[in-house]
Design a protein around this ligand. Structure first.
Ligand SMILES: [Zn+2]
Length: 95
């Protein structure tokens, strides 16, 4: 499954509810899920951490769907096999 296929699946599952919730409400859910992922990263429960990663990409997909943004195209347009800042692969930016 590719990113656009996952996003399409999420649209099929949740687009009506996501649209009714709206951009800000869906963004708030995404932020909550990112915070939950941050909490899981402090622990040792690999399965729970994987589920939080799943929630983050699910809510990111929901937000992109109601914004009409294709996540796969957006990601590849910016990160197309090279760093968008230094244009190298792997990245050679100084920290
Ligand atoms: Zn770089």
């Amino acid at each position: 499954m590719q990113i656009h296929e996952f996003q399409a699946m999420m649209k099929h599952l949740y687009f009506k509810r996501d649209s009714e919730r709206g951009i800000q409400g869906t963004y708030n859910w995404l932020v909550d899920e990112v915070a939950e992922l941050g909490e899981e990263l402090k622990g040792t429960d690999r399965e729970a951490t994987e589920k939080e990663f799943a929630d983050v990409i699910a809510w990111l997909s929901s937000l992109a769907n109601i914004m009409g943004i294709d996540l796969e195209s957006a990601a590849l347009n910016k990160y197309n096999y090279k760093c968008p800042k230094c244009q190298h692969s792997p990245c050679q930016c100084t920290f």
